[in-house]
Ligand binder design. Structure first.
Ligand code: CP
Length: 313
C-alpha cells in the first residue's frame, strides 16, 4: 500500500480487522520492520490520541519518530500554483513536501476543515498538496473530510465487542457548543457501509451529511426510534453541511443518557464534552467503550504503518 488517505484504501476490511487484533495480541511481533525508517507526524491541529497512539505504533515497529506542530511552529504554507507570495504565506508546499520527504520515509498529516469554505475544505489542499509533492507515502491523521485511522479503530472495536451475527449500529448526532467538522462521521459511515450490520444514522433536520458519503444508508430523524434495540450507539457532533459550518439550535435535547442508550454499548472517538454530548452516567458505566477505542488507536495505526513499510521493502 502506498498511502492511507481514506477508508477506501482498505482492500478487505474484515481481514484488516483480524490483522489489527492479531497485532494487539502481539504488538512487538514486527519490532524490527521499521528499524531503518523514520516517520514524520505533522500536526496542523491539536491532538492527544492520534499523536500518542501513532508514535506508540511506530515505536512498536522499531521506527524513529519526528513530530512537528506545523500549525503553530511551521512556516505558513502556500498551496496555490503560480501565486505571488507577497502576503501571509512564507513557503510553498512544493518545497516543503520535498524537503520533509528527505527527512522522513513516511509523512502523516493532521489538517482539519476550516468550516468556512466548503469547496476549499473538500479540495483537501494540505493532504493533497503533500500527496502531490512528497516522494514518500502519506497517512491521513484526520483531514477536512475523513478520519480513516479512527474508523479502522472503530471497526476493530466493533469486532471485539460484537456477539451477534448482525448487530444494530446507530450513529447519533449529539449537541456541542462549537462547530465541529464532519470527518469522523464521514469515515465511520464509509466503514459501516462495508460491514454486515443494520446501520442507522440519526440527526436533527438540517444536519444532513454529504449524500456522496451517506449514499443509501438509512437516516432516521427521530432519535428515539433510531435507538430502538441498538447494540452500539456511536455518538458524534458535526456542524451543518448544507449551511456549511453552522450550528443550528435544537428544541429537543439530543444528549445521550443511560435511558436512551438502553442495553447498547456507547462509542465515541474522544475528546468528548461531558454532560453536553453524553451524560456522566453513560461515560462512567460499563457500557462505555471509549477507553478501549482509544487503546485500539495504536493497533489501527500500527497496521497501517506495517502495510506501508512492507510496501517499502
Ligand atoms: N479521536 C481523536 O482523533 O483524538 P485526538 O483528536 O485527541 O487525536
Amino acid at each position: 500500500m502506498k498511502n492511507y488517505l481514506s477508508i477506501n484504501d482498505i482492500d478487505s476490511l474484515s481481514s484488516w480487522v483480524k490483522e489489527g487484533i492479531a497485532l494487539k495480541n502481539n504488538p512487538k511481533e514486527f519490532k524490527d520492520l521499521g528499524s531503518d525508517k523514520t516517520i514524520g507526524l505533522l500536526f496542523f491541529n491539536n491532538s492527544l490520541r492520534t499523536r500518542l497512539s501513532t508514535q506508540k505504533a511506530a515505536m512498536n515497529l522499531g521506527m524513529e519518530v519526528i513530530v512537528m506542530n506545523f500549525g503553530s511552529e511551521g512556516w505558513a504554507l502556500e498551496y496555490t500554483d503560480g501565486s505571488i507570495m507577497n502576503q501571509g504565506t512564507s513557503e510553498h508546499i512544493r518545497e516543503a513536501a520535498q524537503v520533509i520527504s528527505q527527512y522522513c520515509d513516511i509523512i502523516a498529516i493532521r489538517a482539519f476543515a476550516g468550516l468556512v469554505d466548503k469547496e476549499k475544505d473538500e479540495a483537501e489542499e494540505v493532504l493533497n498538496g503533500f500527496k502531490k509533492y512528497a516522494s514518500v507515502p502519506i497517512i491521513n491523521m484526520e483531514s477536512s473530510v475523513g478520519h480513516p485511522l479512527q474508523a479502522l479503530t472503530d471497526a476493530i472495536t466493533l469486532e471485539e465487542q460484537t456477539f451477534t451475527n448482525h448487530p444494530k449500529v446507530v450513529l447519533s448526532w449529539a449537541p456541542h457548543s462549537k462547530a465541529l467538522p464532519h470527518a469522523v462521521a464521514n469515515s465511520f459511515i464509509q466503514m459501516m457501509q462495508k460491514q454486515n450490520a443494520e446501520f442507522v444514522i440519526t440527526h436533527p433536520k438540517g444536519y444532513e451529511l454529504d449524500t456522496n458519503i451517506t449514499k443509501n444508508s438509512r437516516i432516521e430523524n427521530d432519535q428515539e426510534k433510531a435507538l430502538e434495540n441498538a447494540d452500539f450507539v456511536y455518538v458524534k457532533n458535526w456542524s451543518s453541511y448544507t449551511n456549511y459550518g453552522q450550528v443550528i439550535p435544537q428544541e429537543k435535547d439530543w444528549q445521550i443518557t443511560l435511558k436512551k442508550l438502553g442495553n447498547a454499548k456507547f462509542m465515541h472517538c474522544l475528546p468528548v464534552r461531558r454532560n453536553v454530548v453524553v451524560a456522566d452516567e453513560v461515560l462512567d458505566s460499563k457500557q462505555s467503550l471509549v477507553i478501549e477505542q482509544a487503546n485500539n488507536r495504536t493497533y489501527a495505526a500500527q497496521l497501517v504503518l506495517k502495510k506501508i513499510l512492507e510496501g517499502l521493502k
